[in-house]
Design a protein around this ligand. Structure first.
Ligand SMILES: [Zn+2]
Length: 487
């Protein structure tokens, strides 16, 4: 039987390995890449006839592996809104869910509590990874999903109070849940020790879980216990947990937050290099100086700017600055923050030089950390990946085009144990993006955050054309995404 074949012709092939690009063609058939090279039209593989071939002129365009968003909170949105427009319109073909200790599975409750509500869902319905997998497959999202299992979720699923360490029995139950998830193909464990609901967990509690992950060849990703004054201690803790468990480590959305810590990437990145001497370690980052999470009084310091992204009691303040709202109410910012809860915000807590140092580091992958349920989301949700090209490659020249692509593809697939993706190779899955290197850019801003990027021409997921950019309204076509299984 002839499979549908698509010839991407005469583009600049950037294969995701970080190696040099070359001018040529990429041929897709079925869900695979079947040939790469120059002048492929003249030497088509057997079974593919020119008349059946759809060919796409890629002159002046880059042909690259589909981007892998290593840091997402898309667990619920891929089920609820399977078009995934904010992501697919950036050229993203795989999202890694379950970051920061928060995953939708394995947990069942009609009424989730913070920080699980970050996923935008009150009801958690998947008691096992297998149930979540079935839900993703039924929803047919436009992109692939690779899942991490959250330590905080495991705590909710097994403990009645979270302001303490887990007992021996609770640890055993968490371990059993995680073990089953790993057998069902999860890519690893994430933690969010920064969040109150996990903060009381000692390192040993996490190490025991990371050991299970290591046995299955998975990864340990962590939102550090602190990204502020005690970040060095928190990095040592993360390093020791992963090292003694024997699991590769990913430090999530690396940053030095708060004015008192600006410039300290000069300490943290050398520490990453030092840890790399003894263990497998990587970082991820989003390319902005503002972070975003739920409203937290401890992050309101009266110094940094804070943009409100949602508030349940006061939805009318969405998109405004906390300082302005506080002034209007005649109260200080901390009091305003209390009145607005529950809610979310963007915190302008980083320094540009630090962001640049982290992005440029050779062990850093790109992840959006977008929050798809916020009413006025951080612009990273819609713009993170194109922004890396527009601002940090074209404008600042922090790295080459090949390195930029590598940070979103090959490096990520290797670190997250994602098989057959992230590289343009014969036999690899046909996740491919075609973009214009001269125009690719984010258009989402803090004022207008829900805006599709420009310069992404076509996105293929498992060989099907998932997205068509260019003129007019952006359009999601095929929903050919799959639930992935750890390599
Ligand atoms: Zn986080």
């Amino acid at each position: 039987m002839l499979e549908q074949a698509i010839l991407l012709e005469a583009g600049l092939v950037v294969d995701g390995s970080g190696g040099p690009s070359w001018p040529g063609d990429v041929l897709l058939a079925g869900d695979r890449i079947v040939a790469l090279g120059e002048g492929l039209r003249q030497r088509l593989p057997e079974g593919i006839v020119p008349a059946e071939l759809e060919s796409i002129d890629c002159r002046g365009k880059v042909i690259a592996p589909g981007f892998i968003d290593v840091h997402t909170h898309d667990d619920a949105i891929v089920l609820r809104d399977p078009l995934c427009l904010p992501k697919i319109s950036q050229g993203i073909t795989t999202v890694v869910t379950g970051n920061c200790g928060i995953s939708l599975a394995p947990y069942r409750t009609p009424e989730a509590r913070p920080p699980l509500t970050l996923l935008g869902s009150d009801s958690f319905q998947h008691a096992t990874m297998a149930e979540y997998r079935a839900a993703v497959e039924a929803a047919q999202p436009a992109l692939n999903v690779a899942a991490l299992i959250g330590h905080t979720t495991l705590r909710f699923a097994t403990m009645d109070a979270l302001d303490r360490a887990a007992t021996e029995d609770e640890r055993a139950r968490m371990g059993a849940l995680l073990e089953a998830c790993m057998q069902d193909g999860a890519h690893g464990l994430s933690s969010g020790l920064f969040y109150e609901q996990a903060f009381a967990a000692p390192a040993e509690e996490v190490t025991a879980l990371a050991r299970i992950v290591a046995r299955h060849g998975g990864v340990y990703a962590t939102h550090l216990r602190s990204e502020m004054a005690t970040i060095i201690e928190a990095m040592h803790e993360a390093g020791d947990i992963a090292f003694s468990a024997g699991a590769p480590l990913v430090i999530s959305h690396h940053k030095c937050a708060g004015p008192a810590n600006w410039g300290r990437t000069l300490e943290t990145l050398p520490l990453v290099d030092a840890l790399a001497q003894r263990q497998d370690i990587a970082l991820d980052v989003y390319p902005y100086v503002a972070g975003s999470t739920v409203l937290r009084e401890d992050l309101v310091d009266g110094v940094i700017d804070i943009l409100l992204t949602w508030s349940d009691p006061h939805p009318e303040v969405t998109g405004r600055m906390l300082a302005d709202v506080a002034r209007e109410w005649g109260v200080d910012q901390k009091e305003a923050c209390r009145r607005l809860q529950p809610g979310g915000a963007c915190y302008f807590q980083m320094k540009e030089e630090d962001v640049e140092r982290v992005i440029a580091h050779p062990r850093t992958m790109i992840g959006s950390d977008g929050l798809p349920h916020d009413r006025h989301p951080h612009p990273r949700l819609w713009g993170a990946f194109p922004r890396v090209f527009a601002r940090y490659w074209r404008e600042r020249r922090l790295f080459t085009l090949e390195q930029a692509v590598h940070k979103m593809t090959g490096m990520t697939a290797r670190n997250l144990r994602i098989a057959d993706r992230g590289l343009l190779r014969v036999g690899a899955m046909a996740d491919v993006v075609v973009f214009d290197p001269q125009t690719i850019a984010d258009t989402a801003t803090y004022d207008r955050p829900m805006s599709a990027s420009v310069g992404i021409e076509r996105v293929f997921v498992n060989g099907a054309c998932a997205y068509l950019g260019g003129e007019g309204e952006p359009e999601v076509r095929a929903r050919a995404g799959r639930m992935l299984t750890r390599a």
